[in-house]
Design a protein around this ligand. Structure first.
Ligand code: ZN
Length: 292
C-alpha cells in the first residue's frame, strides 16, 4: 500500500469535498456547492501551494456534490472534471443549472452567506468514466465502480495502490460511525444492495465516506456490513408500513422519525430529506406491484 493524505477542504458543512494527495498527484473528490466554491478553491490553493490539481472526481450529479466544480475548474484549469456519462448528460442541462441555482441560493440564505458569484452556466464534465474503467496519473490508478441506487449516475472511485475507496452516497453516510449510517437509497433498493456489495468486492483498506471523510483504519468490513443492515431496515420500514395499510404521508413521517436524526440534519437540509424520502417511498411501493 502506498502512502496518501486526505485533507478536508470543505468550505461549509454539507458542501463537503476532500483532497487526496500523493507524492505526485492531487485529486479532489466531489466539489461541494457553487455558492461557497470560491472559498473551497482558496482552501485547496492553501494546501497545494502552487502544485497543480489533476482531477475533480464527481461521485454523482447532485448539487451539493457537483455544482462547485464549475468554479473550481476556473480556479484550477489543469484539473479534469470526471463523472459518469449519465452525470455528464444531467450536468449539461440548462434546466438542471436553474434548479441548482435555486438550491444553492436556499442553502446560502440559510448559512447567512450574502452575494456570491454564479458559475453554473459553465458546469461541464471533461471526461466520462464507467464501471470498471481506469484513469492513470503519474502515481495513481483509479477505477470507477458503478454505484447506482442513490441516483443512476453514481460512481465510487477505487485508488488501487492506496487501497482507498472514495465512496458514493449510495453506500450510506456514516454520520456517526460506527453507531449510525444514514441510508441514501432513492431509486432502487436492489441496486443499492448490489452497489454496496460491488464496492466491498474490491476489498478496500480505507474508506473515504461521502460528506464525512476518512473512516478509521480497519473498519471497511464494519462499514459495508452496517451499510447493508441499514439499507435493509429502511426498505423493510417502508414495506411493512405499506402492508399495514398506512398511507404514504404517514409512512413518510415514520420514515423521517427514524432516519432524519440530529446527525443527518447536520449534512442534509430537511426539505432535501423529504424530497428524497417521498421519491424512495413511491418507488419502493411501485416495485411491490411490479414484483407481484
Ligand atoms: Zn446525493
Amino acid at each position: 500500500m502506498r502512502d496518501f493524505n486526505v485533507i478536508d477542504v470543505t468550505a461549509y458543512k454539507g458542501s463537503d469535498c476532500f483532497l487526496i494527495l500523493t507524492e505526485k498527484s492531487a485529486v479532489l473528490v466531489d466539489s461541494g456547492q457553487d455558492y461557497c466554491a470560491v472559498q473551497t478553491s482558496e482552501n485547496i490553493s492553501n494546501i497545494l501551494k502552487g502544485r497543480q490539481l489533476d482531477l475533480i472526481l464527481l461521485t454523482h450529479s447532485h448539487y451539493d456534490h457537483a455544482s462547485g466544480s464549475a468554479c473550481l475548474k476556473k480556479a484550477f484549469p489543469s484539473a479534469f472534471v470526471v463523472a459518469s456519462q449519465t452525470a455528464s448528460e444531467i450536468l449539461a442541462k440548462e434546466k438542471v443549472h436553474s434548479v441548482m441555482r435555486e438550491l444553492n441560493k436556499a442553502v446560502a440564505d440559510e448559512a447567512g452567506v450574502g452575494a456570491y458569484p454564479d458559475h453554473l452556466d459553465s458546469l461541464a464534465v471533461d471526461q466520462t468514466i464507467e464501471d470498471g474503467e481506469t484513469i492513470t496519473l503519474d502515481d495513481l490508478t483509479i477505477t470507477a465502480i458503478d454505484a447506482s441506487g442513490h441516483t443512476k449516475c453514481s460512481l465510487c472511485y477505487y485508488f488501487e495502490e492506496e487501497g482507498l475507496l472514495a465512496a458514493a452516497e449510495t453506500l450510506g453516510i456514516p454520520v456517526d460511525f460506527p453507531a449510525e449510517i444514514s441510508p441514501c437509497n432513492i431509486i432502487s433498493h436492489d441496486q443499492t444492495i448490489a452497489s454496496i456489495k460491488r464496492a466491498a468486492s474490491y476489498k478496500p483498506q480505507r474508506i473515504l465516506a461521502s460528506h464525512i471523510g476518512l473512516l478509521p483504519d480497519g473498519s471497511a468490513d464494519e462499514f459495508f456490513n452496517k451499510a447493508l443492515e441499514v439499507e435493509n431496515e429502511s426498505n423493510n420500514l417502508i414495506i411493512d408500513s405499506y402492508k399495514a395499510g398506512k398511507p404514504n404521508d404517514i409512512i413518510l413521517e415514520e420514515y423521517k422519525k427514524r432516519f432524519y436524526t440530529q446527525n443527518v440534519a447536520k449534512v442534509q437540509p430537511e426539505n432535501a430529506f423529504y424530497i428524497n424520502a417521498e421519491t424512495l417511498i413511491a418507488k419502493t411501493i411501485a416495485k411491490l406491484y411490479q414484483d407481484t
